[in-house]
Write a protein that binds this ligand. Structure first.
Ligand SMILES: *[C@@H]1O[C@H](CO)[C@@H](O)[C@H](O)[C@H]1NC(C)=O
Length: 305
């Protein structure tokens, strides 16, 4: 019911949504809840990575996808799989499978899920994996601290039914031992590498779907936003693969309990809010041909900022 309302409001105000189908982490249940459900029904489980391998869990996840896609919104009357307010489905928020550093487990799950999407003929929406962008073992020198996380930015996004790649960026958490400028140096290379790989290897659009800087030093926050925004714009203005950036996180007044130091409140004027407005304006006049070039996509779901 809550989601029906969010989608209906999004439709009214022209906001497009990316809906995540499950969380890697425990908030809202996450993959560990699925593993727990299967355990309660007698399945042998070692750890929560069994989400990616256990057949009963896979059935639960498929049922969930089916239930969501075929749900009829009680406010708008539109079935989710036909709703143009939903721009894309995300298979999992920040999937990681630490017990398999090759990224192969996630690969298998991706393939299964994309096959499932074909069964429901959801041709009206884009599909993405929800990855943070960590590279597999062969390119792990591009990762923060060179460490693998059980995903492979290239292989996991290469699956044909995946329409665009995602990247998350939290250098302040990943490289907490470095100072601010050391973190920015890493970030610049991280963004650059992903645009380059999306352009040359994947040939798919890439969305910087989460980035941010915690703390209340506005100049540090703005420097981080500027690094992300300028590299996105550099690609977008020549109709490259960079399709936009979504900062973590936008709140409105009165949501104080959600504050985590990363928040931006657009109705409270600040230099960061001005940066966001500036980027949105310059992207809105940028030609956006790349997304509509690929054949199985909804032309409706084209405009991102
Ligand atoms: C904010 O960060 C900048 C750059 O790291 C630093 O020079 C400045 O002193 C900081 N400002 C405050 C108020 O801490």
């Amino acid at each position: 019911m809550g989601l029906d309302f969010v989608i209906s409001e999004g439709g009214k105000f022209g906001v497009k949504l990316i809906l995540s189908l499950v969380n890697n982490f425990n908030d809202y249940g996450g993959k560990s809840e699925y593993v727990q459900w299967a355990k309660e029904r007698g399945e042998q489980m070692q750890n929560e990575d069994n989400f990616f391998t256990n057949p009963m869990v896979k059935r639960f996840y498929k049922n969930h996808i089916k239930t969501v896609l075929t749900r009829r919104n009680t406010i708008t009357g539109v079935v989710y799989k036909d709703d143009p307010t939903i721009m894309a489905w995300e298979l999992m928020n920040e999937p990681r499978c630490p017990s398999d550093v090759s990224g192969a487990m996630i690969q298998v799950t991706n393939i299964l899920s994309s096959v499932l999407f074909c069964c429901y003929k959801d041709e009206n929406h884009l599909l993405e994996v929800g990855l943070e962008g960590f590279y597999g073992a062969s390119s792990s020198q591009k990762n923060p601290n060179n460490s693998p996380h059980g995903t492979d930015f290239i292989a996991n996004n290469q699956i044909p039914s995946v329409d665009f790649a995602t990247v998350h960026s939290y250098p302040d958490q990943w490289l907490s031992g470095r100072n601010h400028f050391g973190q920015l140096d890493f970030l610049q290379q991280w963004i650059y590498d992903h645009i380059e790989d999306a352009q040359e290897v994947l040939q798919k659009p890439v969305i910087f779907a989460e980035f941010g800087k915690s703390g209340y030093n506005a100049s540090q926050k703005n420097q981080l936003y500027s690094v992300v925004y300028s590299l996105i714009y550099r690609s977008a203005r020549i109709v490259g693969v960079a399709a936009g950036g979504l900062f973590w996180q936008q709140l409105v007044q009165g949501m104080d309990s959600y504050k985590d130091g990363y928040e931006v409140i657009l109705t409270e004027p600040s230099s960061t809010v001005r940066l966001i407005a500036q980027q949105s304006k310059r992207l809105s006049v940028t030609p956006r041909r790349f997304l509509s070039k690929r054949k199985h996509e909804a032309p409706k779901a084209k405009r991102l900022t």
